[in-house]
Design a protein around this ligand. Structure first.
Ligand code: C5P
Length: 313
């Protein structure tokens, strides 16, 4: 039995280009991974009932969230495990023993459909755990290639720390140093989620894509490695206006969050989770307390970043 974990994220800076022919968007993204982690535990289990299988000898159980609406083969943990079983086949390494299934148990802590990469963290943790269980020992480059094929945020969850993502936001360069200060955030979730593809689609309808994106770290963006005060004025998310225009209560919640005194307020990824930046852990708890009675905010979570990369535990 192997357990691995992977962090959630928010995008400190997210610049979005115009879509390519497939409808995918080139991105310039600086990710900060957060100390809220998904855990994947994998093991082989005897399983003789073929009907329990969904095309592959993989079974996924999710704890901590109701994903019953999600088709099993769309679960990113399933897709991550399938990718590695196919990789093992190509390498001629025996994968799942006859009469067994690969069982994956996902323990979710990251809010679902909140723009914090919960599904991508499931995939990153599963990749590491299954790599170890099958004894593949894939190198970083191959793991990142497979991760990119699963979703644009999966490499960021593998990488950890604070990282620059170019291409589709999935070609990573780690930026943080051992002395990078911690940042404290109050992540504010909304009762109703937002679908990432829908936000990108509406972004295109609104004609907001940039015709040009930086191809390396923009001058001044090194300041993401400084303290919270230096992040003010630097945080930027091109999807923010679109998400605000699509969500029925996000605008109202935003105002309420701004009024309780954070240093800055930022949409997390494609939203609708809103990140409120605090000066310290104590300040983050004060913000959380002040938001406790706000009906516009469903839940709050105090988190810090940057976080450790995905790792076997
Ligand atoms: O890569 P991932 O599956 O996480 O992306 C979810 C959706 O978000 C995609 O289907 C696409 O609609 C949109 N997306 C995009 N451009 C990116 C990343 C995601 O258009 N670079």
């Amino acid at each position: 039995m192997i357990t691995a974990s992977a962090p959630g994220k928010l995008n400190l800076i997210l610049l979005v280009g115009k879509p390519d022919q497939r409808g995918y968007h080139p991105l310039y993204s600086i990710f900060e991974t957060l100390n809220i982690r998904e855990r994947a535990t994998v093991r082989f289990r005897p399983q003789h009932d073929e009907s329990a299988r969904i095309g592959m000898p993989i079974v996924v159980h999710t704890l901590g969230a109701d994903l019953s609406d999600l088709e099993p083969t769309k679960h990113l943990a399933f897709r991550a495990a399938r990718a590695l079983i196919l990789e093992a086949d190509e390498l001629g390494i025996p994968a799942v023993p006859d009469g067994h299934v690969l069982e994956i148990e996902i323990e979710k802590s990251i809010p679902v459909a909140g723009g914090m990469a919960g599904g991508s963290a499931d995939a990153a943790a599963t990749l590491l755990a299954v790599d170890k269980l099958l004894g593949l020992n894939l190198d970083r480059e191959r793991m990142h290639e497979i991760a990119r094929g699963l979703g644009a945020d999966v490499p960021a969850c593998l990488e950890g720390g604070i990282s620059l993502g170019l291409g589709y936001g999935d070609h990573m360069t780690r930026l943080d140093q051992p002395d990078t200060p911690e940042h404290y955030w109050v992540m504010c979730t909304m009762g109703q989620g937002l679908s990432t593809p829908a936000v990108f689609k509406e972004f295109d309808v609104q004609g907001r894509g940039r015709s040009k994106l930086p191809t390396s770290l923009r001058e001044g963006d090194w300041r993401v490695l400084e303290g919270a005060e230096q992040l003010v004025g630097l945080l930027e998310n091109d999807l923010q206006e679109t998400a605000l225009s699509m969500h029925p209560t996000l605008g109202k919640a935003w105002k309420v969050i701004e009024e309780v005194g954070p240093l800055a307020v930022l949409l997390s990824g494609s939203g609708p989770t809103v990140a409120a930046l605090a000066t310290s852990l104590e300040h983050a708890h004060q913000i959380e307390k002040r938001l406790a009675e706000a009906p516009e905010v469903e839940n709050t979570l105090v988190v810090s970043g940057p976080a450790q990369p995905a790792k076997v535990e």
